[in-house]
Design a protein around this ligand. Structure first.
Ligand code: G3H
Length: 487
């Protein structure tokens, strides 16, 4: 509610994935701590958001679009001033390379300005009047109420702000819970929130999500749940809402994006895009390539070239030059990935690249696994880390069947130089996933493109214009076209 609360109760330490040598071996470095909100404090924050919205009568939801934009611009300017510290915290908290951390920051700022521009267009539309059947209609976009906003650890700034900013700028009030990994980096922005928006419009809560979030949902006072994270958590949270049918959910969830490398593919291109798609930020992207289908005749050569390309990737600390592989923020991830590799070996696959799956100091070295089959965890589970499962196929129906049976439906990549093969794949694939990439890795960007998914991968659509629509309702003021009104 526009105030920084004193740290009176419990605090939680933040440990970096970057390790330091101690007498007991490599240990994660403690880089800070944050206050853990009590259940009472988080309910007070919710009440502040409810009061600021005031059933749509608050200062923020009734403010002109131009004034709301001015507040967001003021915030963004202060955010830009904090770039250096925020970038540093992204590197230390989640181990993202310097280049990628800067990219994440800049991309977020670009996204905010693109959103402002798009809103100006929406606002221009609302000053046009539509006259039909004796009615003068002004079509507007109106806010939805109180939004609970939660972002992911892998893009703690960009993914969070691609929901937070459109939700805010459309006139909703917010309860914002930063992700567990990627909490500290939001701290420098709190003052910017406080000084840029009216009291109670943005309320940031820190703490244990599994304790404080359920009661927020149970209160029935959340109108929109926006979460970029796990499908399971989204399902569990939605169920807690007493009027779930009245809840709008804007969700970016689990994905298991596949690449299909046909026998007429440019193999060098397929290899370089697979490396980018499967291993950028150590494979910790919802858009990452998480399973590779390769035509059986191409498999030996593909694996050879892929192993060589992976062997050239430099691993190191986020701030080192040209570093591609960095330490993983999730403490249990190496153990989980090792378990997946053991399971794959048990069912007849091998790790085909040198050092694949080994811990080299604090780095989990990427593993290429072949031949992967339906009995293995790596076939269905979203590994969200540096492991590349490769499946050989004889008939193109096999990867299509895989996608049809999958509970995920975000993206797919096709690698082929044969136009007829590409066009025969597009229709069956675009009806299974929300984006088909031709001769390119899967990715979200550019951020102005619609971003969604089918099945368990998403609900609602994000991007610039789509997000403004998602966080608002198209409403209208309809006036009877009497002679008096005409004047
Ligand atoms: O984790 C999901 C991100 O939105 C991925 O974005 O494809 O641009 O890396 P990206």
């Amino acid at each position: 509610n526009g105030e920084m609360l004193p740290w009176t109760g419990e605090t939680s330490d933040v440990f970096s994935p970057i390790c330091v040598k101690t007498k007991d071996g490599l240990q994660r470095k403690r880089i800070g701590s944050y206050p853990v909100c009590t259940e009472k404090q988080s309910m007070e924050a919710l009440e502040a958001a409810v009061q600021a919205y005031n059933s749509g009568r608050g200062e923020w939801p009734t403010m002109s679009v131009a004034d709301r934009i001015a507040c967001v611009e003021r915030f963004t300017q202060q955010m830009i001033d904090k770039k250096e510290i925020v970038v540093k915290l992204i590197m230390w908290e989640i181990g993202k390379s310097y280049m990628d951390s800067v990219k994440e920051f800049d991309r977020t700022v670009e996204y905010i300005y693109a959103t402002i521009d798009a809103l100006k267009d929406v606002d221009r539309d609302s000053s046009r009047f539509q006259i039909e059947q004796g009615i003068i209609a002004q079509i507007r976009r109106s806010p939805l109420g109180v939004v609970l906003c939660m972002g992911p650890f892998n893009y703690p700034l960009n993914e969070t702000f691609t929901t937070l900013i459109p939700a805010l700028i459309m006139g909703n009030t917010l309860l914002f819970k930063p992700p567990k990994h990627g909490t500290l980096l939001h701290y420098p922005l709190l003052e910017a929130f406080r000084t840029s928006f009216p009291k109670g419009v943005v309320n940031t809560i820190y703490g244990r999500g599994n304790k404080i979030v359920p009661q927020l949902m149970q209160s029935g006072k959340i109108n929109v749940l926006t979460l970029i994270g796990s499908s399971r958590v989204a399902d569990e949270l939605k169920k807690l809402h007493p009027r779930v049918n009245r809840l709008r959910a804007i969700l970016g969830l689990d994905a298991k994006n596949a690449a299909i490398i046909t026998k007429d593919a440019d193999l060098d291109l397929a290899v370089s895009e697979t490396v980018l798609g499967a291993l950028s930020f150590n494979g910790q992207r919802c858009t990452a390539l998480k399973i590779i289908y390769v035509h059986r005749s191409m498999a030996p050569e593909f694996l050879k070239r892929l192993s060589t390309a992976v062997g050239k990737l430099k691993y190191g600390m986020p701030w080192e030059k040209d570093v591609a592989l960095t330490p993983l923020p999730e403490v249990n991830k190496p153990a989980y990935l090792t378990e997946c590799l053991e399971d794959a070996r048990k069912h007849g696959a091998k790790v085909v690249n040198e050092h694949g799956g080994e811990m080299l100091e604090s780095f989990f070295y990427p593993a290429i696994v072949y031949p992967v089959n339906a009995q293995m965890k790596l076939y269905r589970e979203e590994q969200f880390g540096p492991v590349i499962p490769v499946v050989p196929f004889d008939d193109l129906e096999e990867p299509i069947e895989y996608l049809i049976e999958s509970s995920h439906g975000q993206q797919v990549s096709i690698f082929s130089n044969n136009a007829a093969v590409i066009s025969s794949l597009i229709d069956p694939l675009v009806n299974q996933v929300s984006r088909v990439n031709v001769n390119s890795q899967c990715q979200r960007g550019p951020d102005t493109f619609p971003f969604t998914g089918r099945k368990d991968s998403a609900e609602g659509t994000l991007s610039v214009v789509d997000a403004l629509r998602s966080f608002s309702i198209r409403s209208l003021v309809a006036t009877k076209n009497t002679d008096k009104n005409k004047k």
